[in-house]
Design a protein around this ligand. Sequence first.
Ligand code: MG
Length: 277
Amino acid sequence: MRLATLINHGKEVAAIQLGDGFHALPYADVGAILRGNALGPQLEQSVVGLIGAPEAVRFAPLIARPGKIICVGLNYRSHSRELRMTEPKFPALFAKFANALIGAHDPIHMSSVTSALDWEAEMVVVVGSVRSPHTKEPPRAAIAGYTIGNDISARDLQQRTDQWLAGKTLDLSTPLGPVLVTAEEFGEFDPDLLIQSELNGEIVQEARTSDLVFTPTSLVDDVSRFCTLEPGDLIFTGTPSGVGAGRRPPRYLQDGDVLITRIETIGACRNTVVACA
Ligand code: MG
């Protein structure tokens, strides 16, 4: 099942992708479907009308107001090798906030507070049910599915102290979408998918998600040992090698750049960088 949150007549609405395009569902966004425990085959019977073909619709952030956005640093083996670092024993976790999120085709706001804005293509786990430290079911039971994110990072703000937060949550910086592809579509809960970033037509990141040190199910397991996960929460699973800060000289995003973040089976976010005050 492929679900999206669209802007239709100026309002957010959840939608399901069927053969002829996206059809509206009676929910405000995909987060409302998950919080209402309504994910299931019966959703298809509740459609309330065609909104449009995939190329004609406007995507909102997939989850408009997630309760938590948890991110993982240094989670691809290739990226650890590139940085000559040993693989971490535990996932390096940090957070970002909902005001960072934008839709799959929205402009990335490049605030004048940074001069080192970088890209980080990531597979994002969408949590579908409550998982607390006391939950007995396996971690995979809490995964609704997967989407695409780009953990756009202001390296100068990220590195000004040893806490990364300031560089990771610029307003209107982080594409999320276009669709949630539910877990059963992949046949496995830690799917092996090609992930890429393309900047102005050049592939700058390319890896497979099987190179992750901590898989989606192990991240859900780890986080839920100390913090209850809830429907609509997001886990950005980390980025492979090829970011701008790793280049010599470093390369950062510029006004007008076009960044495509792509994961096979799910689709792509396509965002233009726009300088703003
Ligand atoms: Mg990241």
